[in-house]
Design a protein around this ligand. Structure first.
Ligand code: SF4
Length: 262
């Protein structure tokens, strides 16, 4: 039987570290303002599970290092070839890898998926993870993160998307938006970003916060050319002056659309 240990979260500043506490208060206020401004653009956000918890876990493993659309093709092929989780567990890694080949890194993901299923069956005697919703958040997080290849983002997706628990998943889009706007520091690593951002908002708002920021990262605050001129957060974004200056240079100049200002 595999053991799992409590997850370490980022250290919080002590009560006499006034500058650090001020920084937290400023970022919490920025998070609230970001939600207030982004919701009219991308909302309303309504939580609705797309999968049960185990399905969400396996799907999220398939999304690692590939797009959601590739992962969807791989997941559908997996379910078609192996109608039940016990079928997946009984199959060889090569058979699983062949089924999920459209998701990329199939030779790594296949044994990982099989091992995850084996451990879940060994620990629980079944293929359901809904019991996690009855645990305190930190305990549920520790249980999941002890599975092979499962990091904080995957944990956040399963607990939040499937079970409605207030765990914040931070993907590449959210991490980028958060660093640019100043919701986290430029040197904050992505692991710490999960803890920091989760604590910035009310637990009931975690899903909404995630969806608004990821949508913003996909639609306006893009990796290569953020559309700052159309962004409702431009006047409160830490990176806006940098991008505005860069776009003014001839090398970066882009066509200005009617009614658009930077
Ligand atoms: S102003 Fe630009 S960099 Fe800042 S959040 Fe908006 S799109 Fe992103």
């Amino acid at each position: 039987m595999l053991e799992y240990r409590p997850l370490m979260t980022s250290p919080q500043p002590s009560a006499d570290n006034i500058p650090a506490l001020r920084g937290i208060a400023r970022r919490n206020a920025l998070a609230a303002e970001a939600m207030r401004r982004l919701d009219p653009l991308y909302g309303p956000v309504v939580w609705k599970p797309r999968f049960n918890a185990l399905e969400e876990l396996i799907f999220t493993v398939l999304t690692q290092h590939t797009s959601d659309s590739n992962a969807e093709v791989a997941y559908d092929a997996l379910k078609k070839q192996f109608p039940s989780w016990i079928d997946v567990l009984e199959a060889g890694p090569e058979e699983i890898a062949a089924a999920i080949k459209h998701g990329g890194l199939a030779n790594q993901k296949a044994p990982r998926i099989r091992e995850i299923l084996r451990i879940i069956l060994e620990r629980t005697g079944h293929f359901e993870l809904e019991f996690l919703a009855t645990m305190p958040l930190e305990e549920a997080r520790s249980w999941l993160i002890s599975l092979p290849g499962v990091g904080k983002k995957t944990v956040g997706v399963v607990l939040n998307f499937a079970l409605g628990m207030p765990a914040m998943p931070v993907d590449t889009h959210i991490y980028r938006v958060a660093r640019r706007t100043g919701l986290i520091g430029l040197k904050t690593n992505v692991d710490d970003a999960h803890d920091i951002m989760e604590a910035q908002i009310d637990p009931d708002d975690v899903f909404q916060y995630h969806v608004l920021l990821i949508t913003h990262g996909r639609q306006l605050c893009k990796a290569q050319r953020p559309l700052c001129g159309e962004c409702p957060m431009a006047d409160i974004c830490a990176a806006m002056p940098v991008f505005a200056k860069a776009f003014e240079a001839p090398k970066y100049k882009r066509p200005v659309r009617a009614g658009q200002t930077l």
